[in-house]
Design a protein. Structure first.
Length: 433
């Protein structure tokens, strides 16, 4: 097998290739993995290029579509130049039904060996990383990232390792280990690399769907990618959970819960599945059921911090602020906060109830503005009835691509703000109106 080097300006890509002759006897270079070229070019652009951006200038008979990546070659032509005098024809995978045509310069041909699969050590690392990640526990997330990175060091060509790292990076953004912008940028690169390495990997499709859903808010593209993942692997737990969450974010609450319950059939002892079902009932305002499923999560994993947050949230939704406060104190203690550190919080609640706690949090935010996400500040002002200020913070959270906003259209914590015109503008800006 040979391997050819393609050069596009200052960018070089090595692609496995074969030589054939067309119907007129002309020698053509055909690369069965030509979507690798597409993925790399899109990655260089720093984002996914969408079809509608290029609709007015299409290069006839030259279009590529792979998964949810869709780019007219007219867009690529701008990056590659428009010299068609010497072209190399690069063929997409057969199932796509399209051909990608671009002018290239070829370099030296190098010998490469067929891959015989990865090592047992990589499989072990991936299994360990997935176990940490599926726990949905904040405490186990760093171990998941480290294990995926170690697997990639051992075998950089193994697509599931890159896909797993993409999902772990998304989790870092959701749990605020890493700023969303940085975490999602790395997740996008890892997901695209996984897809380039293996276009029929369910893990790669799930990873790309997660990035589209949580970071890009590309609802249609994310759904297509997750549907493709389930076509490839109908029992993929993360695909079902993400798809269920995506359906709920768009207001399809019953469909979302049904998708998660199907994940439960195949993975009945997963804390991640139980917590996802608790979220479904939270969105449906069925707080007793949300408490029941969050409690089941804690039975499976007593140290699960997100489950404790879900319990506190359900009590908040019920207006039971005593139990809400109790769960919040347990949650804070699990992070190692001392009694002295918790004393102001207890005093604020004793003297002013829930509004007193919210005012204390806003005072702390004024002293340490970087310590409170804009989304959280919006919710605090919303609780106090300061709706205009709440909208201002919400708009900033949207600009920052806060990962918690995918549920904006359905989550009950935003109910007090829904009648505000600014809130409707926010929904429209996210494509959720």
């Amino acid at each position: 097998m040979v391997h050819e080097r393609y050069t596009f300006g200052d960018f070089t890509l090595d692609v496995v290739e074969r030589r054939v002759t067309d119907s007129r006897g002309r020698a053509l270079t055909l690369a069965p993995k030509a979507h690798d070229v597409l993925v790399e070019l899109v990655r260089r652009a720093g984002r996914l290029v969408r079809k509608q951006e290029l609709i007015d200038a299409v290069w006839p008979d030259a279009f590529v579509e792979e998964g949810i990546l869709a780019v007219h070659v007219s867009g690529l032509r701008k990056a590659l130049g428009d010299d068609r005098r010497q072209v190399t024809y690069i063929e997409t995978v057969a199932k796509s039904g399209y051909r990608f045509v671009a002018p290239v310069k070829t370099g030296a041909i190098l010998e490469v060996r067929e891959s015989s699969g990865t090592s047992p050590e990589v499989y072990e690392l991936i299994g360990r990383a997935r176990r940490h990640l599926l726990s949905a526990s904040r405490l186990e997330l760093p171990a998941a990232v480290t294990a995926f990175e170690s697997a990639i060091e051992l075998d950089p060509t193994y697509a599931p390792a890159h896909a797993g790292l993409a999902l772990a990076c998304c989790a870092q953004a959701e749990q605020r280990f890493v700023p969303p912008k940085d975490a999602y940028a790395r997740a996008r690169v890892s997901a695209l690399r996984a897809l380039a390495l293996d276009d029929v990997s369910a893990d790669a499709q799930v990873a790309l769907g997660a990035v589209m859903f949580l970071s890009e808010w590309d609802w249609i593209g994310a759904e297509r990618s997750l549907q493709r993942a389930l076509e490839l692997n109908p029992t993929h737990t993360q695909a079902r959970l993400l798809y269920g969450h995506l359906l709920e974010a768009q207001g399809r609450l019953a469909d979302g819960l049904a998708m998660k319950l199907r994940a439960l059939e195949h993975d009945p002892f997963s804390p991640s599945v139980h917590l996802a079902i608790a979220l479904s009932y939270w969105h449906q305002r069925r707080y007793d059921d949300s408490i029941r499923w969050a409690s089941r999560t804690l039975e499976l994993d007593p140290k699960h911090l997100l489950a404790r947050e879900f319990l506190a949230g359900a009590y908040w939704g019920m207006g039971d602020f005593d139990h809400h406060m109790e769960e919040n104190l347990k949650h804070a203690a699990s992070f190692g906060l001392s009694e002295d550190a918790l004393a102001p919080l207890k005093r604020a609640y004793a003297e002013g109830g829930r509004p007193g706690v919210v005012r204390l949090a806003l005072d702390q935010a004024a002293s340490h503005p970087s310590g409170f996400p804009e989304m959280q500040l919006a919710l605090f002002h919303c609780e106090l009835g300061e709706l205009d200020r709440a909208v201002q913070h919400l708009e900033r959270a949207i600009d920052g691509r806060d990962p918690c906003l995918v549920d904006l259209a359905v989550a009950p914590q935003w109910d007090a703000l829904r009648a505000h015109p600014g809130f409707q503008r926010c929904l429209a800006g996210m494509g959720l109106a």
